[in-house]
Design a protein around this ligand. Structure first.
Ligand code: ACO
Length: 401
């Protein structure tokens, strides 16, 4: 449809907004974000306070159901999730079929989609009760899939969790427990991961969340919608940036540590290189999550006694960017992913798993946004286009082309 025909059916108003830079796709009461001032709030609570005082599971409940849980609600939520933490053993066969070298994000997306086949009733969310069941199912099973993607890469046996543990402790044990060895929890790592997951838990209508909402708007099931969201998150311009940041910092180190050289590359318009972990579609001020995470990275590294030259390179780059005209003019500040990889690495998490950890944190946000979309009975997401191709051409036989 060309622009004049489109105007005729839309009453004269059609917006063309590539990348949806100025388009609101929905009304939402979940996350408030003021990019100019660097403010992020979940359901009205500041990210700084939540990261400091709440647990990841409390934040998950807050995002999904709208209120902070009382003790009884939190215990029930944790209990219901644990009850659903078994994944069908046949999923292991699917995992077996992947090569060890497969990227964990591709594996995670496939396994999440496959969950629908083993839980067909999860697609039926016509009542609050059915929706709740689907929510606790994925909250229970997803950490198992996360741990298995890493264990597969490392050739470790695929175990289930330990339901006597808290959500985050359980994730760490499922990821790191070696056969025939006791696993001892390190409270510093538990606390750091809890905080990282909270910081990643929601971020309004970003690429992966919009994907989850738009796939879900066709009434495809939650697990299929999440699988699509995981694929969207995988890209280096979105969640995949945390892997790309560490790879970039390593490359700078290998190259002799000359940060200025890489700054110049990032500014050169002929060079496709971008400084990974800098810039954000919405934040045109410091990403408030980056501030919290930078402090957490300093603490974790000090607590663990890790001296990481990559952190020094990161600090150098951040300082240079903050006083560089190119970055200042374009308001390119370090984003959340600039520091998260440094913490993940100090925890012993392989670099290809970084975006999987992001997905684990983002899970409650995706669920909350999907649930809101379904409860508000939003119409199917179906943008229009401005057609710029050929208008009408007669068909040409193949012999005449
Ligand atoms: N390094 C160098 N220049 C950059 C960078 C960067 N990291 N980011 C943006 N720019 C420049 C662009 O070249 C452009 O310059 P111009 O005006 O001279 O053409 C200007 O800044 C605006 O950039 P856009 O790409 O138009 O901004 P957009 O809002 O579309 O993109 C994005 C935001 C994708 C995050 C971008 O800043 C980027 O690619 N950053 C690096 C990847 C990254 O860290 N992604 C993680 C984002 S956070 C998250 O998803 C959790």
């Amino acid at each position: 449809m060309d622009i004049s025909s489109l105007r005729a059916v839309t009453g004269g108003v059609t917006t063309l907004d590539p990348g949806y830079k100025n388009t609101g796709s929905c009304e939402s009461a979940i996350t408030f974000l003021n990019g100019e001032e660097g403010i992020l709030r979940y359901r009205g609570y500041s990210i700084e306070e939540l990261a400091d005082k709440a647990s990841f599971l409390e934040v998950a409940f807050l995002l999904i159901f709208g209120e902070l849980p009382n003790q009884e609600q939190l215990s029930k939520f944790a209990h219901d999730i644990k009850e659903q933490s078994v994944v069908d053993d046949d999923i292991k066969k699917i995992l077996d079929a992947f090569p060890k070298s497969a990227h964990p994000m591709g594996v995670l997306s496939s396994l999440t989609s496959a969950l629908t086949a083993f839980n067909p009733s999860s697609v039926n969310v016509d009542s609050e009760e059915a929706m709740y069941k689907t929510v606790v199912k994925i909250m229970g099973k997803f950490p198992v899939l996360v741990a298995w993607t890493m264990r597969k890469q490392k050739g470790l046996p695929l175990d289930y969790g330990d339901n006597s543990l808290g959500y985050v402790e359980n994730v760490l044990k499922m990821m790191f427990k070696k056969p025939n060895e006791e696993y001892t929890q390190n409270p510093i790592l538990v606390n750091a991961l809890d905080k990282l997951l909270i910081l990643h838990a929601d971020h309004e209508q970003n690429c992966s969340t919009s994907t989850v909402r738009i796939v879900g708007s066709s009434h495809a099931g939650l697990f299929a919608s999440l699988s699509a969201g995981i694929s969207a998150l995988w890209g280096p311009l979105h969640g995949g940036a945390n892997q790309a940041v560490l790879e970039m910092l390593e490359a700078i180190k290998e190259d002799g540590g000359d940060t200025k050289k890489f700054m110049a590359k990032a500014k050169d318009k002929e060079d496709p290189f971008r400084l990974m972990g800098f810039g954000h579609r919405v934040y045109k001020n410091f990403d408030p999550r980056a501030k919290i995470i930078k402090k957490a990275a300093d603490e974790v590294l000090a607590d663990l006694g890790v001296e990481d030259p990559v952190l020094d390179i990161a600090k150098g780059l951040a300082a240079e960017a903050l006083s560089d005209d190119y970055f200042v003019k374009r308001k390119l500040y370090p984003n959340v992913d600039f520091y998260s990889g440094i913490i993940y690495r100090s925890m012993g998490i392989p670099v290809e798993m970084f975006t999987v950890m992001f997905a684990l944190g983002r899970l409650p946000g995706w669920i909350a946004q999907w649930r809101e979309m379904r409860l508000r009975k939003e119409p199917i997401g179906r943008p229009r286009q401005i057609y710029i191709g050929e208008t009408h051409r007669p068909f040409k036989e193949i012999s005449k082309r």
